[in-house]
Structures are given as structure tokens and as C-alpha cells.
Design a protein around this ligand. Sequence first.
Ligand SMILES: *Cc1c(COP(=O)(O)O)cnc(C)c1O
Length: 397
Amino acid sequence: MNQYIEETKKGLVHTYNRFPVVFEKGEGVYLYDTDGKKYLDFAAGIAVCGLGYGNQELNQVLKDQIDRLTHTSNLYYNTTCGEAAKALRRITGMDRVFFTNSGTEAVEGALKSARKYAFKKKTGRYEFIAMENSFHGRSIGAVSVTGSEAYRTPFEPMLPGVKFAKFNDLDSVKEQITDKTCAIILEPLQGEGGINQASQEFMEGIRKLCDEEGILMICDEIQCGMGRTGSMFAWQSYGVKPDIMAMAKAIGSGLPVGAFAMTEETAGYSLEPGDHGSTYGGNPLACAAVAKTVEIFERENIAEHVQRIGAYLAEKLDGLVAESDVAAERRGTGLIQGIRLTKPAGGAISRALEEGLVVISARDNVIRLVPPLIIEEEHVDEMIDILRRVLRDVEEC
Ligand SMILES: *Cc1c(COP(=O)(O)O)cnc(C)c1O
């Protein structure tokens, strides 16, 4: 294991503080390291591997596609891109889809789409309102709308015309609106920012403000989407529809793929030939993954499964919070939940890994639980047993 770690450390730009584990294999909801140690996975590669590991149906489709064709560029049509777009249109209710290679690019494309909309309508609008504690990615555009100063400061100056409002505070959004506001971007459930769920009032209020003022509403569903909250996309449970949305993470079950999508009304004034593009985006392999992933999610009714297991997880976490002094509060819904600790979460997360449980943090003091969506009650029980032990340990030190 150390050999892999040393080799990797030597060759890469030091941007990640990795845990000293080398994962080699996955099976269902378990990961195995190079020593053969087994880990229960409650991170899913940061909310990516919704179907867990080793789904044979998905793997067979990917293997077949690799043998057939993996890349063509967007100068031509391919056999899977249309099918993947159709699948995403079906589950989002959006009309037009653009495929990217990551979440960051999906956000970037969503921002460009909004700017183009204003340009074509000659409204003179260009400003974005984003939320404090948001996370939208690491490109200059995406990081400009990310509500975390640590991520922005080293790369200033940022994109001009970005304002930040308080999440779940409609008045603070209103204060930032001007006749130059082009779009409001938000995650219906902030993942990275600490597992903060938008209130019904906030989501409805944003939609209403956007309608009244001629502003576009952009939902970043990259982490909270694709079944994770118990509906296919989080905004759907609010009965509020954005004009543009960004997806990635779980839509390709681990293949690097993202997408942004928009309504026909928005598309009518937005990107046109020459405005945007990607060499890899929507390549045959990535799109085969998306089409198959969506098919399995629909057939297996994953969102409904998430509602059931999510409720069970919430109940167990509430119990843990009640009995533990370091666990202060449960957050989130479905299979994107967290517990806020009274101290930094890093110690507990390292300790959990030693105990064979993979969890991640959100902000400094929240343990984030974003497991594969196929987990069963027995896996929740197994996780709770380990976490109870871990919390007892960190309480003492
Ligand atoms: C992960 C994430 C992104 C960035 O996606 P990448 O694929 O890492 O570029 C953007 N927004 C949200 C909400 C995310 O969770």
C-alpha cells in the first residue's frame, strides 16, 4: 500500500490531503483496499456511485460500448447520446440537454446559458446571485459563484457581477436583486456546505422572485440530484421548476459525465451553434453509462427505496445524536444526511476509516453520509454500530 501512496505523492500536484488508503476493488456497498481489508462505504465516491460497485448490468453495457466505440467528438452523431438525453429529459422534465465531463463544467455551461439568454433578449442583465456556503465547482466561473472564501481568495479577481445572499433567507436575496440580475443559482440541498436543506418557502420564494423580475433560476443538482433526496431531483419535491439545472456525480455511476439542461423557453433564447462545446462531452461511453443508469433507477424505483431507507437512517441517526455528547444535530434527508459534531469531524472520519467505515466531512464539523443508494437497513445498522464506537472514542480525546 505504501508503495502506491509514495508513487502517487511524488507525481501529483499536492491538492488533496488523501487518507492513507489504497482502494482496489468494490462490491455492492463495500470497498476493499490493497491489503484486502473490507470497508462499508457511506461516501460513494462523494455521492457518485449510486448503484454501488460491480453492477453487472451496467458493467456489461460499458464493456460492450468500449469494444464498439468510446469517442467520436461532437462533429458527428453517435448511437448513445440521443438515448441518454432522452432519459435525462424524461426524469428532469427539461427539454434540452448539453453533456459535459464534470459538475464544474455543467455549472459553467448553466452560467453561460443564462448570460446568453440575457444577451439575446437584450436585457443588459449579467449579474448572478449565489448563496453563502454554496459549492458549485472549481473553474474560475464556478468558483466565482461558490460561497466559500477559502476557495475563491487565492484566485482573485473573480468573475465580476456575483453577489452572495444568505441561504434560506429570502429578504437577503431580495436585497441583492438589481435590474442587472441575470440568474439566481442555488443547490436545493447544500452538500459541501454542511448538508443544508432549502425550505419550501425559500424555493417557492426564489421562483416567484425570478418570475416577477425576469430572472432565470438555476438549480445545481449535482450532489443532491439523481434520487439522493428521495425524489429523482431535489427541486421536484418542492413543486418548483428551475429554468436551467446542472447535474453530474451520480448520473453516470462513476464515469466522468455531467450535463446541464433547460426548458424550451430558455433554450429558445440561449446557446446556439458556435456558442459552446466540448471535445469529450457526450461521448458514446459516458452516454451509455447515463442511459443505463437512468434505466436502472427507473426500473428499480431507486428514489422510492431512498425514501424508505432514508427514513430509517434518520431515525437511527436521531438516536445516536440523543445518546452522544459530540453529536449535536442531524441534518438532511433521504440518503444525503449528516451529523454536526461539537468538534472538527476530521478525527472521527479517520477513526471510522480505521474501523472499516468510509464517511466524509462537509465543512469542518459535519460528518456527511452519502452512501450508494442501494443500501439496505442492515447496512445502516452496521454503519451506526461503527459510528457509535467512533463517536465514543473521539468524545474521550
Ligand atoms: C461536486 C459538485 C460540483 C462540482 O462537480 P465536479 O464534478 O467535481 O466538477 C458542483 N456542484 C455541486 C453541488 C457539487 O456537489
